[in-house]
Ligand binder design. Structure first.
Ligand code: ITT
Length: 203
């Protein structure tokens, strides 16, 4: 079985590949990524929901690659900001914004929230597995709750990880190892559910 990961985000790719490796699924599933193709398309998402964006990415990439596509649409919802940046997490500080720009903007927006207890947030991941002929073959969701710190800590992960302190931790998501992140993260939880479905297809 071949599955292409429908993203050009190397952070997501690394975590997803590691997850499949740790589960021992790489002997049974060939994982393809954008670098395996010469002209992998840039998909325009444009929807206001994680689920529709995930479906848009999965559908277009499955069609282009001719195999199953796994898409992840994810983001950070901060309670004190009414759920922002949410679905626009990757472009929070502008269409060309870097992860560092987005983190800087988030810290600025939260300047008035001095109480750590009030800086609650959650990462959300909607994950879709898509077959070009059948359409959606699996859908899973993962949520990871935590709080936004006052300054960046750590160099691991990507995106908002240096600011996100998961529930039950004193460290940011960027200060823990990738396997540990996968065991608690929104993406890891969605992958765990999806791998249950995949295991049934394989065995
Ligand atoms: P693709 O659309 O190609 O998958 P993307 O980075 O644009 O890549 P999204 O549209 O799903 O992906 O936006 C996800 C953004 O949410 C991402 O750029 C980060 O800013 C943030 N994010 C999602 N998961 C994260 C994680 O595990 N750690 C830190 N930030 C995360």
């Amino acid at each position: 079985m071949k599955i292409v990961i429908a993203t050009k985000n190397d952070g997501k790719i690394s975590e997803i590949k590691d997850f499949f490796k740790a589960k021992g699924l790489l002997d049974l599933i060939e994982i393809l990524i954008y670098k395996d193709f010469s002209d992998f398309p840039d998909v325009k998402e444009g929807s206001r929901s994680f689920l529709s964006n995930a479906k848009i990415k999965a559908r277009q990439i499955a069609k282009y690659c001719g195999c199953w596509a796994l898409a992840d649409d994810s983001g950070l919802a901060v309670d004190a900001l009414g759920g922002r940046p949410g679905v626009i997490s990757s472009v929070y500080a502008g269409t060309d914004a870097s992860d560092a720009d987005n983190r800087e903007k988030l810290l600025k927006e939260l300047e008035g929230i001095r109480s750590f207890e009030k800086r609650t947030a959650r990462f959300i991941c909607r994950m879709v597995l898509w077959d070009d002929k059948i359409g959606q073959v699996n859908l899973s969701t993962g949520i990871c709750r935590g709080k936004i710190g006052f300054k960046e800590k750590g160099t691991g992960g990507f995106g908002y990880d240096p600011l996100f302190i998961p529930e039950g931790y004193n460290l940011t998501m960027a200060q823990i190892s990738q396997p540990e992140k996968n065991s608690i993260s929104h993406r890891g939880k969605a992958l765990k559910k999806m791998s249950g479905f995949l295991a049934k297809q394989l065995y």
